[in-house]
Design a protein around this ligand. Structure first.
Ligand code: PMT
Length: 404
């Protein structure tokens, strides 16, 4: 299944580098071509000659490769970043994870990774290190940052480590890594031809030119969904309230401010959509009046009158025709019952119910903990995972239901 696929195999300096030779062999057996880029310290663990012999391609470890004069190019890092279908960094040391998280490009491999367009070439990281290093807050934070940006992290395993200790930190076995690569390639393009309309972020309901009512949504959940759907070949329309996030590459982006703005854009784009995913945290109410001037404080109390905003999801449910509609439910109590009620009230195919009382779930975090509730009454408990991984799971389930 990997025929005609070019895999970029980045090898960094850890004892697990010997497993990369086996990974390269397995990939080639599956029909892939493998382009190795090694760091200088990786060469201390496994020789470029070994990797060149296995892959049949020149191995790069610096911008200037005296052994391969025919392959020298001042833009070698760009060439190496543009061609592959998928990149795998195995083993990924604490050093390369830190450099990627911080945006440092000080050698060929880190520069190539900086130049990879992850919308076209997903990057899989296979960390490998001593348990204490893995649990170091800086490393944990770097891994969380990278997951949040959409990198796939193949979690290290428990076992006997090179330092003689037993614990978490062993690089995933090459066969496990091969399965992750194959799964990722299988999914590439499974949403092509489909338009997915996604809403994200909060809405802001203006009181006056300087104040508004809003909520804690960062937009991370919706942007992760947009990135995942785009990677899988969908045409993505992202309608987003104000966030501090970068727009995922390749999506049609419509920034909005208020619930009324979001309602208008969503209704305008609805006829193009095959799938709607409403992860935005939309304000149910807005101030009855928006003052044209800054409201001055008076002597006593102030009462605000709020009026209902349109329920966008409910309107979509009423007009859904063949559109597959997924809602979100952000709850602090009776999570499942409230979620199930929304499926019926809003005529949904599926709802993603997050329990805001759980650590790592809901607003702002890079992770979420949810239940997926289906129209036919089924419910699926989903453990803590990154919003990006959850996005792929949601897309997997949509695909399964649409094809059942
Ligand atoms: O953005 P993040 O920081 O990553 O946080 C993610 C999240 C917590 C915002 C997300 O996971 C989430 O739960 N989004 C839905 C939040 C919400 O508004 O829930 P709700 O139960 O109030 O609304 C139910 C559904 O109706 C939602 O799909 C919502 O988009 C939709 N709705 C609600 C009100 C309204 N006027 N119009 C709507 O379309």
């Amino acid at each position: 299944m990997l025929k005609n696929k070019l895999i970029l195999l980045g090898i960094t300096g850890g004892i697990a580098a010997y497993k990369s030779a086996e990974l390269a062999r397995l990939l080639i057996k599956e029909g892939a071509s493998v382009q190795v880029v090694m760091t200088k310290s990786a060469e201390a663990f496994i020789t470029p000659l070994t990797m060149k012999t296995i892959t049949g391609r020149p191995v790069f470890s610096s911008f200037f490769n005296p052994d391969e004069p025919g392959h020298f190019s001042a833009t070698v890092h760009i060439d190496l970043a543009r061609e592959p279908h998928i990149a795998v960094i195995a083993p990924a040391t604490a050093n390369i994870l830190g450099k990627m998280a911080a945006g440092i490009a000080d050698d060929l491999l880190s520069t190539v990774l900086m130049a990879v367009n992850t919308a076209e070439c997903p990057i899989i990281l296979a960390p490998s290190m001593n348990t204490s290093m893995l649990h170091n807050p800086a490393v944990r934070n770097n891994i969380a940052v990278l997951r949040g940006r959409g990198y796939i992290v193949a979690d290290p395993q428990e076992g006997f480590l090179a330092c003689g200790e037993v614990g978490e930190g062993r690089m995933i076995e090459p066969s496990g890594l091969l399965e992750i690569i194959k799964k990722k390639i299988r999914k590439a393009g499974d949403f092509s031809g489909l338009t997915v309309l996604i809403t994200a972020g909060p809405t802001r309901e203006a009181l006056d030119p300087v104040r508004f009512l809003s909520n804690h949504s960062s937009g991370r959940m919706g942007y992760a969904l947009a990135r995942a759907a785009q990677e899988r070949g969908a045409h993505v329309i992202l309608v987003s309230g104000p966030t501090a996030l970068e727009t995922p590459p390749g999506v049609d982006f419509y920034p909005v401010v208020s619930a009324q703005d979001m309602y208008e854009v969503v209704m305008d784009k609805l006829s193009a959509a095959d799938i709607v995913i409403k992860s935005a945290a939309v304000a149910d109410y807005r101030p009855e009046k928006t003052s044209a001037q800054k409201i001055k404080k008076g002597g006593g109390e102030m009462t605000l009158k709020l009026v209902r905003n349109p329920d966008i999801l409910k309107e979509i449910g009423k007009n859904k025709r063949n559109i597959f509609v997924v809602g979100f439910a952000a709850e602090t109590e009776n999570v499942l019952d409230n979620g199930k009620k929304k499926i019926v009230d809003k005529n949904l195919d599926m709802i993603v119910a997050n329990d805001l009382t759980q650590e790592g779930a809901g607003f702002c975090a890079e992770t979420n903990i949810v239940h997926l509730l289906y129209r036919d009454g089924r419910e699926e408990k989903v453990p803590l995972m990154s919003k990006y991984e959850l996005s792929h799971l949601i897309l997997d389930r949509i695909r399964e239901i649409k094809h059942s």
